[in-house]
Design a protein. Structure first.
Length: 167
């Protein structure tokens, strides 16, 4: 007996099922139990879990945004770190590089616009470079506009192109 969409009713399904052999009936019964179980455990539960994780991430991001918006006025009102009185950016960078042990790694510098300086460093110790850039920001208010850092071959040494900006 062939089932079609127009003749699909409980009576026709019962008649179709009764016409099956005992083995086929057990297979259909097992399928009737396994398909919903697989659907629940294979589709619905993972989907529910991912939706719950997305909601948790969204809540965390909303909390972070609220915190940032609350702190923004305080940060905007805080004074900028003092720049060395009257010294040019090049002088500040050169002096601080020598103090940080990076003078030998400075391969060149050139102006990159008003209040900006482009630097090239070769075979600079990565940890010293990062600490130096952090010190420039904290002590002199000099920020990094962009940086490209590549391995210099030896572990811990890097070649870097950095654009610094005052203010």
């Amino acid at each position: 007996m062939k089932l079609s969409a127009e003749r699909l009713s409980f009576a026709s399904i019962a008649q179709w099922f009764a016409a099956l052999s005992g083995r086929e009936q057990r297979i259909v019964q097992l399928g009737a139990v396994l398909v919903p179980v697989l659907f629940v455990f294979g589709v619905l539960l993972p989907l529910d879990r991912s939706v719950a994780q997305a909601h948790a991430r969204l809540l965390k991001k909303r909390n972070d945004l609220a915190w940032m918006q609350g702190v923004a006025p305080e940060l905007a009102a805080s004074p900028q770190p003092p720049s060395a009185a009257g010294e040019s950016l090049l002088v500040i960078v050169d002096r601080s590089a020598r103090e940080s042990g990076l003078a030998g790694s400075l391969a060149g510098s050139e102006p990159a616009g008003p209040g900006a300086l482009s630097l090239r460093l070769q075979k600079a110790p990565f940890d010293a470079l990062i600490a130096w850039l952090a010190r420039l920001a904290q002590q002199n208010g000099i920020r990094v506009d962009s940086a490209t850092v590549d391995s210099a071959g030896a572990p811990g040494l890097v070649n870097a192109a950095v654009v610094l900006h005052t203010g």
